[in-house]
Design a protein around this ligand. Structure first.
Ligand code: AMP
Length: 630
């Protein structure tokens, strides 16, 4: 087994030879002519000239050897349903969905927006798109109409695939009214909407635009839809993520590079083998869901579990009962979920036979040491932290135990993953920090490895200016995270350098929430900051200045306005973006030039020292916030 340091070094110093080897892990219709074209930095083109298909590698490729093996098991503790699809059945369902999309006019290169709960049809829709070369754009089902509208407008989908409703903790959330509102709000109108009816909420279909999936599917039961061979650099999907402005960015992923990156990660990071069972508790609306619920495990010929429900319903043993029943070998979750489980009766962990489990991977937010220690003791398997972003599509930092077993250090997601030339940079000078334990911005020297974003959808300038120009004098990719590296190459992530916050592993732009709150008629100004929270890592707190304070003297009146503001956030962005509290103040802390002192505000909200305040306009502003927090 090669030593990991050599493996990583080769991936950088002998980049093309290294990735040419990895490219053999997947099927190509035409082999690539050039491994990496980096003649126009920072735009990297991977496996140029090669043609392949993501759906072929995830589904068709396995038919001969494992057609009868379970490919996808959809479990819902919300509807108490469970359905397994073999690779042969998945192949058939994906073709039916692809035929429906084609019947609705979808062609290669068209966008299809998928706004769905965690049901098998969502996976069929994603795979059907990549099968026919349509670009999917999955929007998290927890987002409400205005978030959805922005994404519809940007992606300009020909078709939207949706469902009557999602369900969370037993509460049905109808999707159709949100979708109808979003289409109404958006300047772009899709030609058709394909609706999956789960029988959870009545959904009226608009004649001429909306189609019922079951009816359309019935006329395509035996339609064969072959995979379209796609040029490696053609986009496979876009996925929106929050940034520092209110406008979400469409992260654009290629086809060949992504397929190779995932295939390679399944081997070197996850040590996944065909026939293993992978249970990732994320959601298809997030990047982890794309890579490690749908594509990664299927590319590796594993069985993947798609789970709709909470980790503690019907009780806190539900995940472990799934591990026992399906002999789950690989599990992937987020620290928040583990912190939720930690508060439950530990007896649930010993109730089931979980001896099939080889390791638990956790990502999405910092994994604190007490949580890691607790779950490690409870499961008695390696707990492997991994750090990455929507933009990268697969881990930047972790331990590649498929290359060399290395000990975990709790609090650290591990070392730079092969292919990533990770550097710590001094924010002010742009210089590389090479001495151990110095704090800097975590940055990646180009080209980004296969699988990472190619660009921002339809906005090359935004891609370059946002990610590659933030460090003075250098064209280098910024993660916008602070980090340090110890003498052995283990990194520690210390939080964001920008206004993005992370609530329970979900990334939210504070500006987006502020814009939404400001749309309330009685809010003049608002600042949203992320503050530390024991369970969710961070929560959003809003400090708002009302336009009219008459009538707001009583706690009841303020509580009523707070509830109204939260309702606006729920309605426009979704409950996922709802602040934990909305506090009302008369003035926000600003500099004399009018710039919001966000870091000082956050410090006070976390009961920390706000630091140097000499540039502050009105010192009373922070005092008000201190009084509210205490
Ligand atoms: P997202 O694009 O939603 O996956 O969010 C990416 C951001 O989440 C990163 O830039 C980090 O701030 C944070 N993050 C993800 N994984 C980890 C981790 N393992 N440890 C610390 N922070 C993480």
């Amino acid at each position: 087994m090669p030593h990991y340091a050599d493996f990583h070094r080769r991936s950088i110093d002998e980049r093309d030879a290294f990735w040419a080897e990895q490219a053999r892990l997947i099927d190509w219709q035409t082999p690539p002519q050039q491994v990496c074209d980096y003649s126009n930095p920072p735009f990297a083109k991977w496996f140029v000239g090669g043609t392949t298909n993501l759906c072929h590698n995830a589904v068709d490729r396995h038919l001969a050897a494992r057609g009868q093996q379970n490919a996808l098991v959809a479990i819902s503790t919300e509807t108490n349903t469970e359905r397994a699809y073999s690779y042969a059945e998945l192949h058939q369902e994906v073709q039916r969905m692809a035929a429906c999309l084609q019947a609705l006019g979808v062609k290669q290169g068209d966008r299809v927006l998928i706004y769905m709960p965690m049901i098998a049809e969502a996976a069929f829709a994603m795979l059907a798109c990549t099968r026919i070369g349509a670009i999917h754009s999955v929007v998290f089902g927890g987002f409400a109409s205005s978030s959805l509208a922005t994404r519809i407008e940007d992606a300009q989908p020909v078709v939207i695939v949706s469902a009557d409703a999602g369900s969370r903790g037993g509460k049905v959330v109808p999707y159709k009214p949100l979708l109808d509102d979003a289409i109404e709000l958006s300047a772009h109108k899709p030609a058709a909407v394909l609706m999956v009816n789960r029988g959870l909420a009545p959904a009226s279909l608009r004649a001429g635009r909306d189609h019922d999936w079951a009816t359309l599917r019935a006329s395509h039961m035996d339609t064969l839809v072959p995979c379209v061979w796609i040029e490696s650099t053609q986009p496979s999907y876009t996925l929106y993520t929050s940034g520092t402005t209110g406008k979400p960015k469409g992260v654009q992923r290629d086809t060949g590079g992504y397929t190779v990156a995932l295939a390679s990660s399944m081997r070197h990071i996850f040590q996944g083998n065909p026939g293993d069972t992978y249970f990732c508790t994320s959601d298809i609306g997030w990047v982890v869901g794309h890579s490690y619920i749908i594509y990664g495990p299927l590319i590796a010929g594993m069985t993947t579990i798609l789970y709709e429900g909470l980790p503690i319903r019907p009780d806190a043993g539900i995940w472990w009962s799934i591990v026992e029943k399906y002999k789950v070998t690989h599990m992937f979750s987020a620290p928040t979920a583990v912190r939720v489980l930690k508060k439950q009766d530990p007896a649930y962990l010993s109730k089931y036979d979980i001896s099939s489990l080889k390791a638990l991977w956790l990502a999405g937010e910092p994994l604190d040491e007490p949580t890691a220690t607790w779950i490690s003791g409870a499961l008695n398997v390696p707990i492997i932290d991994n750090y990455w972003q929507t933009e990268t599509g697969w881990p930047i930092l972790t331990l590649c135990n498929g290359v060399e077993q290395q000990p975990s250090r709790f609090g650290s997601p591990g070392k730079a993953v092969y292919g990533y030339n990770v550097k710590l940079i001094d924010e002010a000078t742009g210089e590389e920090l090479t001495v151990p334990n110095q704090k800097g911005v975590v940055a990646i020297e180009g080209p980004l490895p296969p699988g990472c974003l190619q660009t921002v959808w339809r906005d090359d300038d935004r891609f370059v200016n946002t990610y590659w120009k933030s460090i003075p004098g250098r064209l280098i990719y910024s993660t916008f995270d602070w980090g340090i590296r110890d003498a052995d190459g283990y990194y520690f992530i210390l939080g964001r350098t920008d206004d993005v916050i992370n609530v329970a592993g979900h990334r939210l732009g504070t500006r987006e929430i502020e814009e939404c709150i400001s749309s309330h008629a009685n809010i003049a100004e608002v600042a949203v900051v992320g503050v530390a929270d024991q369970l969710k890592g961070q929560v959003a707190l809003a400090f708002a200045v009302p336009r009219n304070t008459t009538g707001l003297e009583t706690p009841e009146a303020r509580a009523a306005l707070e509830a109204e503001v939260m309702k606006v956030v729920d309605g426009q962005l979704g409950a996922v973006a709802r602040p934990a509290r909305v506090h009302f103040v008369t003035v926000l802390p600003k500099t004399r030039s009018g710039k919001l002192l966000r870091r000082a505000l956050q410090a006070v909200a976390e009961r920390r020292d706000p630091g140097d305040l000499t540039t502050m306009e009105d010192p009373a502003a922070l005092q008000q916030i201190k009084d509210l927090i205490s």
